[in-house]
Design a protein around this ligand. Structure first.
Ligand SMILES: Nc1nc2c(c(=O)[nH]1)N[C@H]1C(S)=C(S)[C@@H](COP(=O)(O)OP(=O)(O)OC[C@H]3O[C@@H](n4cnc5c(=O)[nH]c(N)nc54)[C@H](O)[C@@H]3O)O[C@H]1N2
Ligand SMILES: Nc1nc2c(c(=O)[nH]1)N[C@H]1C(S)=C(S)[C@@H](COP(=O)(O)OP(=O)(O)OC[C@H]3O[C@@H](n4cnc5c(=O)[nH]c(N)nc54)[C@H](O)[C@@H]3O)O[C@H]1N2
Ligand code: SF4
Ligand SMILES: [Mo]
Length: 692
């Protein structure tokens, strides 16, 4: 007989701006159904297709349920089960030995497999800080955009997502919300029904661009030029809010000079679009204060990504759109939540804190870092990697080098995972971690402004343990005496937020646990009266902080590293720009191993324009080889004008071992970093394509 049915409150843990509230149906100790919470305003009862399948993922037959030790070659993926006791002993012995000699030879590698503040970076960070391990600069996704916002608004702040439904013009800029920000798309649809115009700015006719009134297919990496061209028109046609500019911005005179050098004709040439498109876009944008810009991270994965975000983020301050709650811009709302990262991560546990913090390694250059022999400038060679919440062998750029690094026989690698991913295949020790339905967590969101609690719905599957528990176990086995490493998940969760902050008025840990979420107390139009978090308190077109670093204090267009403008010789050899944005049914590399979702995506595809295909004698359905000096991969060609001429698009991120040729798009992407923030440049990549 079945045990009675129960419901539990949970939060979608994935790296997605929507941070949905979920209700989990549990029967006989198993999660049987996961649905969107109808009462949570941002979720409105709907989850995306991927996470509607969450129960399938949690109880998947391939879930890792016991610790395992490598028996085959690195990368081969052959393991044998061992006990937790044996696993912890092996790990502790090796890590203690390295830590006693060269703690910075130990490197954590993690990202946002879970966005939870507890299972993300709390006990784990405290553990690595206490050891004196190298620090990882977590820049694979959003760092350029975050820096752009920091130097312009002072933090990752923006419009409140609910008011996009009242906007009259919406620019969907470097963003594909039907795939990656579904609940924003619902708001945009509401606005559309009320008469708003929707414009997609994207080199690719994405699912979203297809459904907008207009699609501006600019060349990748040229967004800053387009924004400066819009400014040029706004200024020359005097479509400005002079009072807002005078009261709440800094550096208009300097910005004006810069913008005047970007005539619509010059911009049209840089972006590969018509001059009239630039002029019309600026006029439409300036025609109402209820103009809203939904940027997303797709536009900042190029050399000039930080500057592009600065240029676009400046637009609403020129027209005074911020005066309306339905006007302004949003890239990330994560800065609104009063998260206490110091309390969570305790950087003060580092032996050299604060004057000599441990070495920092940029995660985007992990390939080079692993292959580096060490030395004066670099410091000790990396001898141990502990990977959690990430799948670097599939997702990190310049994958040939990443895989070569992971294959080093003298590298000791521990991977904490739900599944045997491409990265797990290289582990010396593979440790089973719990999923969101099995552990406690708290969340902020980068797409809405609620804080949320996830309570465990079911017991751990098999012998899986939460990340936090695994790091506590390791610390204990290594004999580390530091109380902060042994705090319970609930204690850590309570430390995650600054409860005294006025945005959390009337909310405490116990009420939050009861209600599951709380909306932050914020004004509807956050910058109507200025109040930016920059040093000047204004929207900084001109940034003194950038000037002091010897950087351009004003936003500018920087040609992509890999483009005809940026590298003509390279472009002659590799004439096609390749981007590899997310596939709708995957979440980065998560869910690629879920059969029902992978079968919807089919096989790796490459969208290529008919003109480019014809020149290469490629017909629809051909197997093609995509290559450059870094590597190659294969895909099935889809000949379509969804990709503009000169652009090829390979929706991602495939598990290599689940692709027919055992490779993915990161075979060709580069380790070069963005202008600001040290972000990855996944969409700054030239290739050639031929029939396989
Ligand atoms: N279904 C699904 N949802 C996801 C993810 C996923 O993998 N799958 N990933 C999650 C994560 S980690 C993130 S960061 C976000 C990513 O989602 P977004 O922030 O929306 O970013 P991308 O999907 O990388 O790119 C969005 C669009 O930008 C376009 N683009 C590429 N280069 C340029 C450019 O130079 N300029 C302009 N204007 N547009 C460009 C792409 O063609 C794409 O259609 O989504 C999250 N949500
Ligand atoms: N070519 C190309 N490459 C890209 C991108 C692109 O657009 N194109 N996008 C980039 C972007 S924006 C991002 S954010 C990165 C994302 O890269 P990653 O952050 O590595 O994201 P995922 O591939 O989803 O891998 C997350 C892993 O964490 C595991 N995980 C989830 N929850 C837990 C947990 O609680 N404990 C443990 N131990 N593990 C857990 C999951 O099983 C999964 O294997 O990829 C980047 N790479
Ligand atoms: S991935 Fe995004 S849209 Fe899907 S359930 Fe999670 S938060 Fe919601
Ligand atoms: Mo991301």
């Amino acid at each position: 007989m079945n045990a009675p049915t129960e419901f539990a409150r949970a939060v979608c843990p994935h790296d997605c701006p929507d941070t949905c509230a979920m209700r989990v149906t549990v029967e006989g100790g198993r999660a049987i159904k996961v649905v969107g919470d109808p009462e949570h305003p941002p979720t409105q009862g709907a989850l995306c297709t991927k996470v509607s399948r969450y129960a399938e993922r949690v109880h998947h037959p391939n879930r890792l349920t016991t610790p395992m030790k490598r028996v085959g070659r690195k990368g081969e993926g052959r393991f044998e089960p061992i006990s937790w006791d044996e696993a912890l002993e092996l790990a502790a012995a090796r890590l203690s030995e390295i830590a006693s000699r060269a703690p910075e030879a130990i490197l954590p590698y993690s990202y946002a497999g879970t966005m939870g503040l507890v299972q993300g970076d709390s006990i784990a960070q405290r553990f690595f800080h206490k050891l004196g391990a190298s620090q990882l600069d977590r820049t694979i996704c959003a760092a350029a955009g975050a820096a752009g916002l920091k130097y312009t608004y002072g933090a990752s702040l923006g419009m409140l997502t609910e008011f996009f439904s009242e906007s009259e013009v919406i620019l969907i800029w470097g963003s594909n919300p039907i795939a990656s920000n579904l609940h924003f798309w619902t708001r945009a649809q509401e606005a559309k029904r009320r008469g708003a115009r929707l414009i997609a700015i994207d080199p690719y006719r994405s699912l979203t661009a297809e459904k907008c009134h207009q699609h501006i297919a600019l060349k990748p990496g040229t967004d800053a030029a387009l924004a400066l061209g819009m400014m040029n028109v706004l200024i020359t046609e005097n479509r400005l809010d002079h009072a807002y500019i005078a009261a709440h911005t800094l550096g208009f005179a300097e910005l004006k000079v810069r913008a005047l050098s970007y005539s619509p004709a010059r911009v049209a040439d840089i972006c590969g679009i018509d001059e009239q498109v630039v002029v019309d876009l600026a006029r439409l944008y300036g025609s109402t204060r209820k103009s809203a810009i939904r940027m997303n991270y797709g536009l900042q994965r190029v050399r000039g990504g930080g500057n592009a975000v600065r240029a676009i983020a400046s637009l609403p301050s020129l027209t005074g759109a911020w005066r309306e709650r339905a006007g302004g811009a949003l890239l990330s709302s994560s800065g609104w939540a009063p998260v206490d990262s110091h309390a969570l991560q305790r950087p003060d546990l580092m032996p050299g804190w604060p004057t000599k913090p441990s070495r920092v390694i940029n995660m985007n250059a992990i390939g080079d870092a692993l292959l580096h022999p060490g030395g004066a400038a670099f410091g000790p060679k990396v001898e141990a990697m502990i990977v959690y919440n990430s799948n670097p062998v599939a997702v990190a750029p310049d994958s040939e080098r990443v895989a070569a690094g992971f294959a080093r026989e003298d590298l000791f690698t521990i991977v904490l995972e739900h599944f045997q991913t491409d990265t797990a295949d290289y582990a010396d020790l593979l440790l089973p971690a719990t999923t969101q339905l099995e552990h406690l967590d708290v969340h902020k969101s980068y797409g809405h402004t609620h804080v949320m609690v996830n309570l465990p719905a079911i017991a751990a599957v098999g012998d899986a343990r939460p990340n936090t528990e695994i790091f506590r176990d390791l610390a204990r086995r290594m004999g580390i005496e530091e109380p902060a490493l042994y705090e319970s998940d609930e204690t850590v969760a309570q430390a995650a937020f600054r409860w005294q902050d006025k945005t959390l008025e009337g909310v405490d840990w116990n009420t939050l646990k009861q209600t599951g979420w709380a909306k932050l107390n914020l004004p509807d139009a956050p910058f109507a009266e200025g109040g930016f978090r920059t040093p000047s308190g204004k929207c900084e077109f001109y940034s003194e902080r950038l000037a002091q670093q010897g950087l351009d204090p004003l936003p500018d267009y920087l040609p992509p590293y890999e483009s005809a403008d940026g590298a003509p010789e390279l472009a002659a050899r590799y004439p096609l720009a390749m981007i590899s944005p997310p596939a709708r049914n995957f979440l980065n590399s998560t869910f690629v191993n879920i059969e029902s979702l992978r079968s919807t995506e089919g096989v790796p595809h490459l969208d290529i324009h008919p003109v480019d295909a014809r020149q290469r004698k490629i017909v629809d359905g051909d197997q093609v080889r995509i290559f450059n000096d870094r590597g190659s991969m294969q895909a099935r060609a889809r000949v379509t004008d969804k990709a503009r001429e000169g652009l090829v698009v390979g929706l991602s991120i495939w598990w290599k071992k689940l692709a027919p040729d055992g490779r993915n798009a990161n075979q060709v992407t580069s380790q070069a970093l963005t202008d600001l923030g040290g972000s990855a440049t996944f969409y700054d990549c030239l290739v050639e394509v031929e029939r396989a």
